[in-house]
Write a protein that binds this ligand. Sequence first.
Ligand code: GLN
Ligand code: ZN
Length: 768
Amino acid sequence: MKTNNLGYPRIGSNRELKKSSELYWAGKISAEELLATAATIRKENWQLQTKAGIDLIPSNDFSFYDQVLDLSLTLGAIPNRYAEIAKTKPALDLYFAMARGSQKDGQDVVAMEMTKWFDTNYHYIVPEFTKNQQFSLFSEKIINEFIEAKQLGIHTKPVLIGPITYLLLGKEKEEGFNRIDLIDALLPVYFEILEKLEAQGATYIQLDEPFLALNLTDKERNTYTKVYNAINKRFPNLKVILANYFDCFGENLETALALPVDTLHLDLVRCPSQLDDILQSGKLANNVKLSLGVVDGRNIWKNDFKKSLALIEKATAAIGNDRVLIAPSCSLIHSPCDLDLETNDKTLTPEIKQWLAFAKQKIEEVVVLRNLASGEITENDQAHYQENTIANENRKTSKLIHNEAVKNRVASITSGDDQRKNVFAFRREKQIEALKLPLFPTTTIGSFPQTAEVRSWRAKFKKGELSQYEYDTLLEKETEETIRFQEESGIDVLVHGEFERNDMVEYFGEQLDGFAFTKNGWVQSYGSRCVKPPVIYGDVSRPNPMTVKWAEFAQSLTPKWVKGMLTGPVTILQWSFVRNDQARSETCTQIALAIRDEVVDLEKAGIKIIQIDEPAIREGLPLRKEEWAAYLDWAIKAFRISASGVADDTQIHTHMCYSEFNDIIQNIADMDADVITIECSRSQMELLDAFADFKYPNEIGPGVYDIHSPRVPSNEEMVHLLEKAAAVIPADQLWVNPDCGLKTRHWDETKKALIEMVAAAKQMRVAV
Ligand code: GLN
Ligand code: ZN
């Protein structure tokens, strides 16, 4: 029984790669220095896994930016706009130009597009394909890294995104072809790679094909059959591990089981039931092995050995020990590196820490599980098993986790709790009466520029160099200035500016019970960017009001309406490590109740307009369409629970950044927010069409300018966009606002842009 790892975090336990890359980009270190950092990380990762006892250790799981971009470079899929750089610059600079764009030496090229990797928070660089796309072996990274490990005495298993997943991850940049048809042009380059690897002595190759977990067309499915038969025919001795993860195979199961591969990797964390399906199907060929992904690569919880061993034993009983491999569910790049580096006992108490495992610990778990399952048990395995059992047992009953009051409250939610007292049409009349806003009311999404100064106050406060009083006084001053600016510029619904918030999830998590924070639990999000998600370990409740003080303070400064600003339950859930001992829907409902209490308290404090941000609703959609309805059902309900505790004339706003809502517009409408603000400007209001076609009944604020750029839009541009919006949505339903929060912008451009925005709204009022 072998142990198999799919990928190890490459950012470095102390984010060494992040730091080096950023220094290199800033011109502060040489390419050689960056390459040396990278080589050290690879070496340490390989040695760590060797020492732990992993049999199939991945290589080519390292990346300077992204593994999909690596592959585009490997295959020579380099868009034309980089041709000049490709000719004149070293490969590393070409690579970073594709990742980040380049404005150097008179060249000015934009970066390639980036998007989320399946349902993770990791972003990959989207391959660009043309009709006559050619592929050729351009970079030999995968071969070089295999050799590099070999020279260290480590025989690795190179990992590569499979050809079909690679094509499906990309985009057609021209009309008139389907990217899947590029397979015939692509396959010869894969062959070349495999040939070279074999020549270097590679015996295994891991081909990642997570598209097998998605809904595929017949043509795509048939391409799998064709491609993997061709690979097998050409390389009969190469052991292909076909890795599927993030879900089961669904309707692709039969196709997958018929592929002539050495091993099929299964994500048994996301979909444990597929093991029975496969074993009972009678369709698993008797020479195919199963790699059982029992250790969660996407979350931070200690494995439940008893549960995993039950799965493993089921498999070994059916197909024998030597056809079973033990593995994490997916690549560990989605886990933080090393729990041993968490030394801050205040937030991550020893009690909580005993329930966790990061990448390094997960590797150990994989090995211990193999030993336990295969009967070659050492004393260390025995101790590990005992510790595992104790931790999992005490997690079931820990007072830290289980709060009866919270559980009872969730259990006693009734059907009315997720409904406003009256329907929107009725509420609207009340709100018009109470709020007395003009047509095309202007507002912002919440945050105002977080200057280096504001951030330095927070840093000093955390270090104890500023007292609570001093810190609050500084924030009050910043808030007051922001209120004054909004008054002067004529904005109708003001915000306090969110200066007290480090991050829109962390800020709330820090004030809610059931959340803990890591010191070093970084996970790569894109390129050198990492996130440090909060850990939701227990029942969530709100001991005290979280935002009322700031909203009240801001409202006390002005006769205009100040909008209260909250993060919604789905977004808090989505951007955290969520407990795995109860359904996500349950945890989400608990958060919803906490936010509901905050909404009610804001209303009591005199706040008449309250925004509950839900930018993550869409990204929470499951990979397979047949699972969407169940998710949307609880997610939308959670939002409604959070929003429904207030009177008819209190106006609830929500905000979402990505606004491609065509397929879930009914659900967005079901949220029943009185006002929704969305990102629209970059699409020239096209994203509004989904709302127009649907005849979305409530009010909408389509963003009229892009906050991701420092560019100041003109009044005319925004009037033009508003006219476009008014052509498809009745004018009295429209609000005027930027695309998103202004946190990352500078004051200078922010002020100019908002003044222009108010002028545009005024012009629209005159026009109708
Ligand atoms: N209120 C938040 C802000 O303005 C919303 C951020 C977001 O949508 N991601 O920063
Ligand atoms: Zn946003």
